[in-house]
Design a protein around this ligand. Structure first.
Ligand code: SF4
Length: 210
């Protein structure tokens, strides 16, 4: 039976409650643990310690961990597979490497552009989403992202549900933009050498948690 692991909602504390919650969640050796924003209320250093604890226990028990978060840098660190949702709709899913590199769904692209990065060797595009977030109970017709999408291609986005494009095996993107055009998008985040040049892309990681 799934065991939920929620954030406590308190701020600025030492992570003790979260550590106890993690220990309790894994105590019965469940097959699935749901961690819903488990460290979002914590200071950065405490969040890192609690995240490390969560990963250590998860590896020890070999439990499936469903990690729900708005923090994409944490998702990049923790996840093997990523599902991106907007207004309750899956707009993109794939391995972590798939989702963090083009082709992206336009919403994923905007999310990645908002990830804070302190490393000065990294260059990042900034995409500001305009418009108001629609209500989940009354979502827009057609594509759920059409009221805010900076890449909207026309009326079809407002009238027809976008198809699920298979960008590669297991990597799908729900969008009316042709795959070739999505593939032509420049990466949002690029590593730049000290001389200003962009080095070739790194080979795919073998383990998303490394
Ligand atoms: S279907 Fe249209 S509105 Fe939706 S993400 Fe694609 S381009 Fe944007």
């Amino acid at each position: 039976m799934p065991v939920p692991l929620w954030a406590s909602g308190h701020t600025g504390h030492d992570g003790h409650e979260e550590a106890v919650g993690i220990a309790r969640a894994f105590a019965g050796n469940p097959s699935l643990v749901v961690a819903d924003e488990p460290v979002s209320a914590l200071d950065v250093s405490v969040a890192a310690a609690v995240t490390g604890l969560l990963m250590d226990i998860q590896r020890q028990y070999r439990t499936t961990l469903l990690f729900i978060s708005h923090d994409l840098s944490l998702v990049r660190y923790l996840a093997d597979r990523v599902v991106v949702m907007y207004l309750g709709n899956i707009v993109e899913q794939g391995t972590t490497d798939d989702v963090f590199a083009p082709p992206y769904h336009p919403y994923t692209e905007a999310l990645l552009s908002a990830v804070p990065i302190a490393d000065t060797s990294i260059e990042k595009k900034r995409i500001i989403l305009e418009g108001v977030l629609p209500s989940v109970v009354n979502p827009p017709k057609g594509c759920p992202f059409n009221t805010r999408c900076p890449r909207k291609i026309g009326d079809i986005c407002e009238t027809e549900k976008p198809p699920e494009i298979e960008a590669s095996p297991g990597h799908t993107i729900a969008c009316h933009i042709p795959l070739a055009d999505l593939e032509a998008v420049e990466p949002v985040i690029v590593q730049v050498d000290k001389d200003g040049s962009t080095p070739p892309p790194e080979p795919a990681r073998e383990n998303a948690a490394e």
